[in-house]
Design a protein around this ligand. Structure first.
Ligand SMILES: Cc1cc2nc3c(=O)[nH]c(=O)nc-3n(C[C@H](O)[C@H](O)[C@H](O)COP(=O)(O)OP(=O)(O)OC[C@H]3O[C@@H](n4cnc5c(N)ncnc54)[C@H](O)[C@@H]3O)c2cc1C
Length: 428
């Protein structure tokens, strides 16, 4: 997202910015709100009105409001003509007094947002006139021909105090609500579901104790707090008319602001490092990959059919990458570990030998040839040997040396109940 200082003919200082919008709607972070069904809402702002958090209230939980001043934001879908901006971009208009966003929708419609003191227009006018005044204020050249619908809602900043009460597990906006600035809500909601889904599945199938459900809150609540804080900071730049426009502009020009915004908005900076001992062992320098980080996906075999780390993870359990490295008998070393793990946890842990050449004793589904040794390097293993355990939600759970068998079993024992199953990964 880029911003430029812009002097309008009437001498007003405004920030004008835009970011590219790829044509495929579903691939955008915008997809969350573009796909939301328009609900009829009151035309006037309704600050202070608490939505009915029915389920949360039923299980006895309060939603702790973190922001002192509740602002409102409004949105419409409209047919407009004469817009001077580019409908293929998300166009931001930011002034001391308020904020507008204009972007084309599929077909000939546009979506418009209004926030800041410009919301005052909605108190004085019907939505169509209010949005028209906003468009005129920013001298966009646009005329609203027809309004499909309008919506006004309070911008909240809340993180739920608990994520689980007995059999009730809360997820998504039911646990965190924040400003839409930065477009992170839906992504955070889906990551909640990724984190919870596999744990729930294991418990329901009797393969894990119900206590593992508590790791859901331990892992996700700190992320919700980071997302809420990040959205709030973005919100201050875009919408907060109480901060001088020059100060807001200066903030966006700081290269670190851009770097941080990218990391936060994309969610790349989120991890479960060191969460209550559930993030495994073999921690390296902070800037390198650590247990608790998202497991990197890399190409293992470049020749067709191409094989990636994530291809190995396409199943409903953990994936243990065993790197025998320079062992004299790589097959024997890898098989020893795979046998122990499989004897205890069965097929819930898929053991894959990763080596520069094929190793004996592993079938094609449980072996990956990594000629350049790229995987061991990226997974931070010395001398190309060691163990890397990827959780079902594709986070690195445990990393250790080949000799860390006992630690690995201990770690897996925190998640899984042992199963009496004949080892099936070792080929005859
Ligand atoms: C203007 C705006 C722009 C946004 N832009 C982005 C963006 O660009 N990127 C992004 O990632 N996120 C964005 N978000 C956030 C995103 O839309 C939400 O975080 C996400 O939709 C929340 O998903 P959810 O499933 O948790 O909740 P919801 O989508 O709210 O789904 C909850 C469902 O439960 C139903 N429900 C509620 N109570 C009951 C009940 N008692 N019984 C039965 N059903 C009930 C509701 O009707 C609703 O269908 C935006 C949000 C807004 C407001």
């Amino acid at each position: 997202m880029t911003f430029h200082e812009h002097k309008t003919p009437n001498g007003r200082v405004a920030l004008q910015g835009k970011h590219p919008r790829r044509p495929k709607w579903s691939s955008l972070p915008l997809a969350g709100f573009l796909s939301a069904a328009p609900a009829p809402m009151p035309a006037l702002p309704w600050p202070g009105l608490s939505p009915p958090y029915t389920v949360r209230t039923h299980v006895g939980g309060e939603f702790e409001e973190k922001s002192e001043d509740t602002m409102t934001m409004s949105m419409v879908d409209a047919k407009i003509s004469g817009f001077k901006g580019d409908r293929n971009w998300v166009n931001y208009f930011v002034a001391a007094k308020g904020f507008m966003l204009v972007t084309g929708l599929p077909g000939d419609k546009y979506r418009l947002y209004l926030a800041g003191e410009l919301e005052q227009y909605l108190k004085e006018n019907e939505p169509k006139e209010a949005f028209q005044r906003g468009l005129d204020f920013f001298e966009t050249g646009a005329t609203i021909d027809h309004l499909d619908w309008s919506s006004t809602w309070p911008i909240r900043k809340i993180v739920g105090e608990f994520y689980r009460r007995g059999n009730v597990l809360l997820c998504g906006d039911a646990t965190h609500v924040h400003s839409p600035a930065g477009g992170q809500g839906m992504n955070a909601c889906m990551q909640d579901a990724f984190n919870l889904g596999w744990k729930l599945s294991l418990v329901i199938r009797g393969m894990a104790n119900a206590e593992i459900l508590d790791t859901y809150e331990a892992e996700r609540k700190p992320i919700a707090e980071q997302v809420t804080e990040g959205a709030d900071r973005m919100h201050q730049v875009l919408f907060n008319a109480k901060i001088g426009i020059e100060d807001r502009f200066r903030l966006t020009q700081d290269p670190q602001w851009h770097e941080e915004a990218i990391r936060r908005i994309s969610g790349i900076s989120h991890n479960y490092r060191g969460v209550d001992g559930i993030a495994g062992t073999a921690v390296t320098a902070e800037q390198h990959l650590q247990p608790g980080d998202r497991a990197p996906d890399i190409v293992l075999s470049k020749s067709a059919p191409q094989l990636r780390v994530y291809d190995l993870c396409r199943h409903c359990g953990f994936t243990l990458l065993i790197f025998p490295g320079d062992q004299a008998e790589p097959g024997i070393a890898a098989r020893e570990i795979a046998s122990t793990v499989t004897a205890t946890f069965g097929t819930l842990v898929k053991c894959v030998a990763v080596h520069r050449e094929p190793v004996s004793g592993f079938d094609v589904d449980h072996m990956a040839v990594d000629r350049e040794g790229a995987a061991a390097k990226i997974y931070g293993l010395d001398n190309s040997s060691g163990l890397a355990l990827i959780r079902p939600d594709l986070f690195l759970g445990f990393r250790g040396a080949l000799t860390d068998n006992a630690l690995l079993l201990d770690y897996l024992g925190k998640w899984l109940l042992p199963v009496a199953e004949t080892p099936s990964v070792i080929a005859a």
